[in-house]
Design a protein around this ligand. Structure first.
Ligand code: GCU
Length: 451
């Protein structure tokens, strides 16, 4: 059966990409539609496709495999300085950072990297679909399932319904801290399959409940599809009335982060949630979304950034693992503003006006825990040291604000928790997961949440 565009759009609208029945035909259609949108973005940017450089391969045995040799990683001369204004003047005080320089950096990330949220994004109305008084292992929990209806009266052809689940301890007398994960709202069968592959021990949700805290799962693909094919759908398409983006408009990471802010709007109305003690967590592309959400949303008090790699806390200038050319390809460009594509064509990564350390700096003075897995299990694509360096080089801003930096100037040995400062780092011995770092993150967060 040839996959029809109509069916594809239905899938994008209902967020049912994960459905295996669409398999290869579905994926081929997504790829073709993504490439078409990518091509029109190149046209808008005035870039000929032949000008675009290809990224290295993530398969270590390919002839064009990404670099994994640390001695070849530092091909850049210097990083843009968070504490030097665009005009070359030095930032001299916390006030200058907070009132002037920070805004300059936000503007550069908006314009060149993650894209700008349009002014006309419609409002969200939260509806509680169900409230379940139940247990999770030994922990009594109230689980609320919510949907955030986005007002689509301006363009009824597109509906966006944001999927959110919140679990809080059942017998708590007071509002509790809540850590929101960018994740999946799995069926019981999917959850059972996932759990059967996980090590024994309490889940992250159970660990939070054990502490007397709550958890939430926000489903990114209910906000915006994770591909270029869906860019004229979802919240981006709704704000654009079914049209595709111009080069400065928001990419998918920024859209997901916007959704996290809308979840906070709800938390502020829920008596079970203490909205002054909120955290955000995610892994991989959702780790990128988590650091973007933390940088842009001051109501998040803490972040747990799982293997965010390139486009997250990894320094983009480092030649190790995934490169700007990979991010700016037709498979990943949708995460970013169209403008970002330029840096893999007419411009290079050294032309980027900002790098990942400045994204971490935007979170200051709030605590950020950067997590990675072990290179021999997780692979080198994610560049654990590059993620550490993104945190380390944000230190000057934290110190200016009277806080502590990452507390090291060398990449630490595996399993060493650097958790004394407001920027924390730990590389666990496992693979592509935040799992083993949850106990460390919770201990770290309790320093702030249980003062
Ligand atoms: C790919 C991609 C990464 C991303 C990862 C994921 O490996 O290159 O940038 O983080 O997928 O999210 O699974």
């Amino acid at each position: 059966m040839r996959f029809s565009t109509t069916l594809l759009l239905v899938c994008l609208l209902t967020g049912s990409q994960a459905n295996a029945q669409f398999s290869q035909a579905y994926r081929d259609s997504i790829r073709a539609l993504s490439e078409a949108d990518y091509k029109q973005m190149l046209d808008q940017l005035g870039i000929d496709p032949s000008e675009m450089r290809h990224g290295p391969s993530g398969n270590p045995s390919d002839p064009n495999a990404a670099n994994t040799d640390e001695s070849k990683a530092k091909t850049y001369e210097m990083l843009p300085d968070a504490l030097v204004f665009n005009n070359g003047d030095t930032v001299r005080s916390a006030t200058e950072w907070l009132t002037l320089r920070r805004a300059e950096i936000v503007e550069l990330f908006d314009r060149e990297i993650y894209g700008r949220v349009p002014d006309n994004v419609p409002d969200v109305t939260w509806e509680i679909l169900s409230v379940l008084d139940t247990v999770d292992g030994p922990y009594p929990v109230i689980i609320k399932h919510l949907v955030g209806h986005v007002d689509n009266s301006g363009f009824p052809e597109i509906s966006v319904d944001i999927d959110l689940v919140i679990g809080t301890p059942a017998h708590s007398k007071k509002a509790v801290p809540v850590i929101t994960e960018f994740g999946f709202n799995w069926t019981a069968a999917q959850l059972a399959r996932f759990r059967s592959r996980q090590p024994e021990g309490p889940t992250w949700k159970q660990q939070l409940l054990a502490r007397g805290w709550g958890y939430a799962v926000l489903v990114p693909v209910s906000i915006q599809a994770d591909n270029g094919a869906g860019i004229a759908q979802g919240i981006i398409g709704l704000a654009n009335k079914g049209e595709t983006r111009t080069p400065g408009e928001w990419g998918v990471l920024r859209a997901w982060a916007w959704g996290a802010s809308r979840a906070i709007d709800y938390y502020e109305t829920d008596p079970d949630v203490d909205a002054s003690r909120l955290g955000i967590e995610g892994l991989s592309r959702y780790g990128k979304a988590a650091i973007v959400a933390m940088a842009y949303e001051p109501r998040f008090a803490i972040a747990f950034i799982g293997t965010s790699g390139a486009g997250g806390t990894k320094l983009l200038r480092r030649n190790l693992g995934e490169q700007v050319e990979n991010l700016a390809s037709s498979g990943e460009y949708h995460w970013f503003a169209g403008n970002f594509i330029k840096y893999a064509g007419p411009l290079t990564k050294n032309d980027l006006p900002v790098d990942a350390h400045q994204l971490v700096a935007l979170c200051a003075p709030r605590p950020v825990f950067i997590s990675s897995g072990a290179p021999d299990v997780e692979g080198q694509w994610v560049d654990a040291k590059g993620m550490f360096l993104g945190g380390m080089h944000a230190g000057s801003v934290y110190k200016l604000l009277g806080k502590n930096d990452i507390g090291a100037n060398q990449f630490p040995a595996q399993e060493t928790a650097l958790t004394d400062g407001e920027i924390a780092f730990r590389q666990h011995e496992g693979g592509h997961t935040t799992g083993p770092n949850w106990p460390y993150f919770i201990r770290y967060a309790s320093r702030y949440f249980e003062k």
